[in-house]
Design a protein around this ligand. Sequence first.
Ligand SMILES: NC(=O)c1ccc[n+]([C@@H]2O[C@H](COP(=O)([O-])OP(=O)(O)OC[C@H]3O[C@@H](n4cnc5c(N)ncnc54)[C@H](O)[C@@H]3O)[C@@H](O)[C@H]2O)c1
Length: 361
Amino acid sequence: MAGAGAHGMRWIEALRNTQGAELVGIVDTDAARAAQARARLAAEVPVGSDLLVVASAAGADAIVNVTPPQAHHEVTLAALASGLPVLGEKPMAATLAEALQLVAASAHYERLFMVSQSYRYNRNLGRLRRHVEALGAIGTVSAELYRAVRPGGFREAMVHPFLVEMAVHLFDSARFLLRRDPVAVYCDAFRPDWSWYDGAAAAAAVFEMTGGTRLVCHGSWCADGEQTPWDGRWLISGQRGTASWDGRGVPRVDLGDGMAPSDAAADVDAPQGNLLELALREFLGAVRTGQPPQSTGADNVMSLAMVHAALASATTGQRVVVSDLLQDAHEEAMANASPEWRPELERMAPARAWLSVERHR
Ligand SMILES: NC(=O)c1ccc[n+]([C@@H]2O[C@H](COP(=O)([O-])OP(=O)(O)OC[C@H]3O[C@@H](n4cnc5c(N)ncnc54)[C@H](O)[C@@H]3O)[C@@H](O)[C@H]2O)c1
């Protein structure tokens, strides 16, 4: 495991509790944190600040990357290049160009890079997804998330904490629910006067998704008072009716005959439990069988693209077309590509078209 911070502590528990996984080494650039994590694990595993040294001493088979976003590229690339598959925390990289490079490296070294989008494993989100199928064409999706989050650390100094750290969950859940990708976005991000964040802790975005669906996402991380759940609150308006989810209980659907709750007994076999453990189980299964998981790096680029398109729109005040953004990111990625995986990156031009083919293969 690379990154033994606040979330790394949760990953220690997930690794401990998941059959088939064993935490064999801990890497952190802060030696004290690595030592603290080892004490929590209560096992004499190798610890250190150099990923490859620790991975080799530990005989690691894979890396779980729980470092902050700006270190994701460096850590994941080093692991893939040394032959280790990676389960990485969101966001998959700090920039879209870095994300495309990681997709190329994963293809070149033939090692899995999966992004843990843990919210996808919530059973109720899966139920809502089945309702969406019954609604026919989808007109509008509304997703909102309001919380008073006091995280301290790097997030309170970020320029766009809500869009970068939080919105990717809502955006990725929307792609999961709709099975659709983003086309373009208008976004406004701002800092409410009372905010304890330096940057824009609140945002509102309207996406056009493929097929013409509009996704309206808004929220704040400096919202005292009534809190939405972390999964957000959802309302989906389709051709045949409406589905909604308060983010807590079972979703509800109204096909013109009144709101009815989901039949929660219909999917008792669906996996459930701790969301990180479910992500880890999918990763382990994918490494063993070679079957791609749902959130490969190539798939997750589109969720990250939603974040960066929203950021670009908030910065310029203009509607941003996602394929233009991917094209720019591809050029940036090519500019400092390693000769090793450069051919894979070239194959991805134009990036948008390549991604849609690759992801639906
Ligand atoms: N999916 C979720 O629900 C969820 C929740 C919280 C955090 N996260 C994600 O997890 C990641 C980590 O978040 P956190 O809250 O634990 O951050 P954190 O700052 O508490 O911890 C990060 C740790 O990584 C270490 N680190 C930094 N650069 C490193 C490098 N190059 N190699 C090894 N270690 C390095 C730091 O010293 C620190 O100990 C972020 O990407 C965040 O977005 C996801």
